[in-house]
Design a protein around this ligand. Structure first.
Ligand code: AQP
Length: 326
């Protein structure tokens, strides 16, 4: 039996190269060796206000991105979270055994809520419980995520262990899969912050749909550190980030990258980096337009049926262990 992986992204806007290198690239590689479920987590995206028409459009667009990146519906289950009502049901159950203090400690809640507890939606606080339900419903072994989700995954493990302790072995305890390189791609304008879809300044991110000119301009504007050597160096986060992007899109080793740029400066490095990213994105950009709405909708419908069949078994087990009869 293959081990199972589950992961997802929010349909909150245009995906950037951080999402691709930190998550999607690994999802595609992992689907060969694992029984994989890839979800479009639209219920997560409403933790912040969304325009309904845009959310509908973004949901289909994200499915197109999954397919163009190489997720294969004949090998992986690709589906939309709200098509499987067990996610929201299990989230309620798990919220009853999650502690308020645990949720208040989550850094993403502190960042996105900005300390404004009077006005911030409760969903932003309980988001990690829904994420735990997403993962635990499928008896997941491994969750490939970027560094930003590590804390939520640790909470998911704690919640599962608590449930198993109180009601008997029910959930498999999932492990995170965080890539060695690319787990946290930084903003091009501020290498202390992660590249983010919701960043107000579009120049900090390379979007998957950016054209060649835009990519070149964004890299030319990218901030640099003091010093000129093109090397991996933790104390120079800007060049570290740019060289990591170069390494991941060219599939070179770290050493090969450093040797390649020895004796060269930013003047040569930046255009070459831009060219490498443009070439990396080219096949994806060509493919992404070829999936029409009907085709994508059918794939999602089939995926949801398969996901519901697995999720229903877990939820039934949870309810019966808790004395809830249906
Ligand atoms: N900068 C990043 N570097 C590496 N991985 C990243 N991920 C996100 N940002 C980076 C990983 O991408 C997957 C999908 O992310 P998401 O859609 O759930 O959204 P997010 O983590 O909240 O990412 P964003 O781009 O910053 O979106 P907004 O601005 O909407 O919050 C996840 O596996 C994530 O770890």
């Amino acid at each position: 039996m293959k081990k199972r992986i589950f992961s997802g992204a929010q349909p909150t806007g245009k995906l950037h190269i951080g999402n691709y290198l930190g998550a999607l690239k690994n999802w595609v590689a992992l689907q060969d060796d694992y029984d994989a479920l890839y979800c479009i987590v639209n219920l997560h995206s409403i933790t912040l206000p969304q325009n309904p028409d845009e959310l509908r459009r973004n949901t289909l667009d994200l499915a197109r991105v999954y397919l163009a990146a190489g997720l294969d519906p004949s090998r992986s289950i690709i589906f939309v979270q709200s098509d499987v009502p067990q996610h929201a049901e299990l989230a309620w159950v798990l919220s009853c055994i999650t502690r308020l203090g645990e949720l208040e400690r989550m850094t993403q809640f502190k960042d996105k809520g900005k300390g404004n507890t009077e006005r911030v939606g409760v969903g932003l606080l309980t988001y990690p419980v829904l994420m735990a339900a997403d993962i635990l419903l499928y008896q997941t072994d491994l969750v490939p995520v970027g560094q930003d989700q590590k804390q939520h995954l640790e909470l998911c493990r704690d919640i599962a262990e608590r449930f198993n302790r109180d009601f008997g072995e029910t959930f498999r305890i999932p492990d995170p899969y965080i890539p060695k390189a690319g787990a946290s791609i930084k903003s091009l304008l501020d290498p202390e912050r992660k590249m983010s879809k919701s960043d107000e300044n579009a120049n900090g991110s390379i979007f998957l749909t950016d054209d060649a000119d835009t990519i070149l301009k964004k890299f030319k504007r990218a901030v640099t550190d003091s010093g000129t050597a093109i090397t991996f160096d933790e104390s120079r986060p800007a060049i570290n980030n740019l060289l990591t992007i170069y390494q991941l899109v060219t599939d070179k080793t770290a050493e090969e990258c450093v040797v390649h740029f020895e004796g060269k400066g930013y003047g040569q490095f930046k255009p070459e980096l831009a060219e490498a990213v443009i070439e990396f994105l080219r096949p994806f950009q060509e493919k992404v337009q070829h999936f029409d709405d009907e085709h994508v909708t059918n794939i999602l419908k089939e995926g949801a049926e398969k996901a519901r069949a697995i999720a229903a078994v877990t939820l039934q087990d949870v309810y019966s262990r808790m004395g809830i009869t249906r």
